[in-house]
Design a protein around this ligand. Structure first.
Ligand code: SF4
Ligand code: SF4
Length: 196
């Protein structure tokens, strides 16, 4: 594994536990990617950008969020580059540096809402999660696309009462969780790993 002095490349390699310098641009990762046709930049292009130290621009790509983490690219790479790991690292960097592609702000809001509810309760609660997701999405839209904020927040509201009546939206938790402290410890450990 070759080493780099570029701090951004080093950060990607540290998060992904892989060496981007090993890539020789054969294109096998992009050829096998099931999401490739939808992506604004192919996986091999993103690897090339990271090789050149263009990490921030790579993290702005929609492709980072279009990746479904199927790991086909990593399995196909003749140089054992963990491409899926690199895309995951770019996701993390885009959240830290606020470079998430405008179309995927809501994906981030959903993930934040899901994790926050899990941290609080140790399991998901659909109603609580919908409220938190809509709130985070609304404030995200206010700063990035104000015209979309209110229509997006109200988009599915009409479905709520019908879902409640049909028992498709659960208001109560499924029962007390035995060890909430354990869940908190897991979160703390993961957060420490991300910060370090
Ligand atoms: S398959 Fe591996 S070596 Fe080939 S372009 Fe993708 S990352 Fe580079
Ligand atoms: S992990 Fe992502 S980039 Fe790799 S093949 Fe699957 S969808 Fe494509």
């Amino acid at each position: 594994m070759k080493t780099t002095t570029d701090p951004d490349i080093a950060l990607v390699e540290e998060i992904a536990h892989t060496s981007v310098a090993d890539c020789y641009q054969c294109g096998k990762c992009s050829a096998g990617c099931p999401q490739g046709q939808k992506m604004d930049r192919l996986p091999s292009t993103l690897i090339r950008m990271v090789q050149y130290g263009d990490v921030v621009e790579a993290s702005r790509s929609a492709a980072v969020w279009q990746c479904v983490s199927c790991l086909t690219c990593s399995a196909r790479c003749p140089k054992s580059v963990d491409i899926a790991g690199v895309l995951d690292a770019l996701k993390q960097i885009s959240i830290r540096r606020k470079t998430v592609h405008a179309n995927y702000q809501r994906t981030v809001a959903f993930q934040k809402a899901f994790l926050e509810i899990l941290r609080r309760n140790g399991r998901t609660n659909e109603l609580e999660m919908v409220v938190l997701y809509k709130t985070l999405g609304f404030f995200g839209d206010v700063s990035t696309n104000p015209l979309r904020s209110i229509p997006s927040a109200l988009k599915d509201a009409h479905l709520g009462p019908a879902m409640l009546l049909k028992g498709k939206l659960h208001v109560k938790l499924g029962g007390p969780l035995k060890d909430k402290a354990l869940v908190r410890r897991i979160f703390k450990k993961c957060e420490k790993k991300v910060e370090s």
